[in-house]
Write a protein that binds this ligand. Structure first.
Ligand SMILES: [Zn+2]
Length: 432
């Protein structure tokens, strides 16, 4: 059971998810601005605007999309779909339309989920100009022949792509990247949960003295990371470790998708945390399908960035539908994701290499009070074992994470052992 503080964090994270849920976001536009403004109440975000038409590698920053209202009226003049009731009703990035169409023509622009006839799907058409509406399959089947009035009062014009960035300075200018996408409208797990986790991790780091610098990116999916990488190529190579956060509030087990390199410190740190947790988890190899890790791990960058999720996108039926709502995201699952990511960052901060100051045979731990200490018997034995591992492998070539992996002990035990040995002048940090 998580401690009250953490339970509270889970509730606060869910409160943020609830606050952002009604906003109609997309890859550009006022919904993103409104979201970033709300997040600025939690962390001092820098809000950046990149003009439509800007070339970013092989892509172009698109026109900005904004929507005021949208509806469909049936042959009797009854409003049967209303954007105000759910922003999922409109195909995201729809071009403006105001006309009367036959049911036959309308059907070509309607999207539903037949296997879940009560759910509204989430559909987009960012890079192909189109208009459309999303509705429940039940509603689709109930439509009668006749003329329908369709209105989408939207604009697709030259404007900006907006994203948020927050940098925290640490001792080193080598960075840890935390990235989450901010382009989905009223969907809770994908992607509001990731936003909430990024923001609360940032808040938790603010007061600490840090070894690494941190960069938080809150960007529209795909085009946002491509834009950031294109405009910040030099900065990108400072990234030493990175996590893309998404789908972190559902009750499923944690799934971690490794970086393209597959054996980097972030991959190993996440694996260690999940192993130490005792909870079920799954580690997956990298694949060029998913979220912004695809761009960070493209071969020209090949950054050590993995993707931290609970149930992976597309593997829960609620994914990209109206059923990914506030009830699907649970405070205790948000809190659990928060704790695990915090533990990953702690390992990265603490994973250093040490050298034993007594390399010829084992030092006598008993005379220093380090052996056979009173305390929980089992725990005491493990503490001694951890000290023996640290003393033996601290030859300047093994980090604490190496030692945790080789010993099968929890990272926390290895770290505590190193701390105790240092207090007794048996161990010192290795100067690289
Ligand atoms: Zn998505």
């Amino acid at each position: 059971m998580a401690c009250p503080d953490v339970q509270n964090t889970g509730k606060e994270m869910q409160r943020l998810v609830r606050e952002l849920y009604p906003i109609c976001r997309s890859i550009t536009g006022n919904g993103v601005r409104e979201t970033l403004k709300a997040l600025s109440n939690h962390i001092p975000l820098e809000i950046r605007e990149v003009a439509s038409g800007t070339r970013v590698f092989d892509w172009t920053v698109p026109k900005e999309w904004n929507i005021k209202r949208a509806y469909v009226k049936d042959p009797e003049g009854q409003e049967i779909l209303d954007f105000q009731r759910s922003n999922l009703h409109v195909l995201n990035y729809s071009i403006p339309i105001d006309k009367t169409v036959s049911l036959e023509e309308l059907r070509e622009h309607l999207y539903s989920v037949p296997e879940h006839p009560d759910w509204i799907p989430y559909r987009t058409s960012y890079y192909k100009e189109n208009w459309g509406f999303c509705l429940t399959h039940n509603q689709l089947q109930g439509l009668s022949t006749g003329e329908y009035e369709v209105l989408i009062d939207a604009s697709l014009e030259d404007g900006y792509l907006t994203y948020g960035e927050y940098c925290l300075k640490g001792e080193s200018d080598r960075e840890i990247l935390i990235s989450a996408h901010i382009c989905h409208p009223s969907l809770a797990n994908d992607n509001l949960s990731g936003i909430a986790l990024a923001v609360f991790l940032a808040k938790s780091l603010k007061e600490l003295s840090l070894r690494y610098s941190y960069r938080f990116l809150l960007i529209p999916g795909t085009i946002g990371s491509i834009t950031w990488l294109s405009l910040n190529e030099t900065e990108a190579f400072r990234i030493k470790h990175g996590l893309v956060l998404t789908c972190v509030g559902d009750p499923g087990k944690v799934t971690y998708k490794k970086s393209r390199r597959g054996d980097t410190e972030i991959d190993r740190a996440v694996t260690q945390v999940l192993r130490d947790s005792g909870d079920p988890f799954e580690i997956r190899e990298f694949s060029p399908y998913g979220y912004d890790e695809r761009q960070f791990c493209s071969p020209g960058f090949n950054l050590p960035v993995g993707c931290f999720m609970r149930t992976s996108h597309g593997e829960f039926p609620e994914y990209h539908t109206s059923a990914d709502d506030l009830s699907f995201v649970r405070p205790e699952c948000l809190a659990d994701s928060f704790l695990k990511c915090q533990a990953v960052l702690r390992i990265l901060e603490q994973n250093k290499i040490y050298v034993t100051l007594n390399p010829k045979c084992e030092p006598q731990l008993g005379k220093r009070g380090l052996y056979g200490q009173i305390g929980g018997q089992a725990d005491g034995k493990l503490r001694e074992l951890a000290m023996l591992w640290v003393l033996n492998l601290s030859d300047g070539n093994h980090s604490l994470l190496d030692i945790a992996e080789k010993s099968g002990l929890e990272f926390r035990m290895i770290r505590n052992a190193a701390e105790a040995l240092m207090q007794h002048d048996l161990l010192a940090e290795s100067i690289p």
